[in-house]
Design a protein around this ligand. Structure first.
Ligand SMILES: [Zn+2]
Length: 312
């Protein structure tokens, strides 16, 4: 990474903070900062939703704010979590910004299913009356996660008061229904002991491979693994400032256990809440083949065995 990219990365971290503020407010999660003489001198995020102003994009707000303080923005760089749209790129050109750096691209967002005007920032500045340099892909992966559809859905749901418990129940029903619809095919695919099959099933359902959730301990009745896969709930928690130890217990733990109990009713799934992201570099999870279930496991103070998966 060259010195230029490094300084962009530093500015991008502040732009990412702005984007998270935007999402917490109920806006669309774009952030941008102005860099002048190597220092971040202004920061902004989109307010199109809360201001009922379709032009209130992050870069537009940034230009409006900064232009009150500086005669023009020549020599300045704008660092944005997302490639500026045609409207914003135009505004940046008129403000005489010298450099534009961004994380996620318009093309990438379109692939993720977002609605965007299909015209890249570079295509516009190439036709500008003066020179503007454009650098894409700054902290791209981190920025792109802000625009991931599953992350967005969770942010929206957590914000709207559909607590993790509510979502967890819906997730549980979906996972069990998915297993039942595909039971014959799944039973034919899964191999090994009950805990092996449970592990394979979890990976298959989440759509990850073993490298993203390596097994660190294994016996005939117990598998411990470290999940390091992209996790929308983790991202949503980071954006909203929620504690994963609370959210993940209610949101996914029961749903995962209900899923693997379709293989064998004695299977258990547990997380080690002392070793959970973001406090640990991975989430430690255990599948075990136990005796009869504890009659009551508490979840937010209430008994959670109300859904009976026994067939007999
Ligand atoms: Zn824009």
């Amino acid at each position: 990474m060259g010195p230029m990219e490094e300084s962009y990365s530093e500015a991008m971290r502040i732009a990412l903070e702005e984007a998270r503020v935007s999402l917490r407010e109920g806006n669309k999660g774009f952030g941008a900062v102005l860099v002048k003489d190597g220092e971040v001198v202004a920061r902004a995020h989109d307010r199109a939703v809360t201001d009922s102003d379709p032009t209130a994009h992050a870069e537009m707000n940034l230009v409006r704010e900064a232009s009150k303080r500086f005669a023009d923005l020549s020599g300045c760089a704008v660092v944005s979590t997302h490639e500026p749209c045609p409207m914003c790129t135009g505004a940046l050109v008129w403000a005489r910004v010298s450099e534009i750096a961004y994380g996620a691209s318009i093309e990438g967002s379109r692939r993720q299913g977002r609605t965007m005007i299909d015209l890249g920032c570079r295509e516009i500045v190439e036709r500008a009356p003066w020179k503007v340099t454009v650098t894409g892909g700054v902290l791209e992966e981190k920025c792109s996660r802000l625009y991931d559809e599953d992350v967005r859905k969770l942010v929206k749901a957590f914000r709207s008061g559909d607590g993790p418990g509510e979502l967890g129940r819906a997730l549980l029903e979906r996972r069990v229904a998915w297993f039942d619809e595909n039971a014959d095919a799944l039973r034919g695919t899964l191999r090994g002991t009950a805990v092996d099959r449970a592990y394979q099933l979890i990976l298959m359902k989440i759509g990850i491979d073993e490298e993203e959730a390596p097994i660190v301990e294994r016996s005939d009745v117990r598998i411990v693994f470290h999940s390091m896969n992209f996790c929308p709930a983790l991202e949503a928690c980071e954006i909203l400032g929620l504690d994963t130890r609370e959210v993940c217990r209610e949101h996914t733990e029961r749903a995962t256990e209900a899923l693997i109990r379709r293989i064998d009713d004695r299977l258990r799934f547990e997380r080690n809440y002392e070793r959970l992201r973001p406090r640990a570099p991975y989430c430690e999870e255990t599948i075990s083949l136990g005796g009869p279930a504890d009659p009551i496991r508490t979840l937010g103070g209430s008994p959670v065995r109300e859904i009976d998966l026994h067939k007999d």
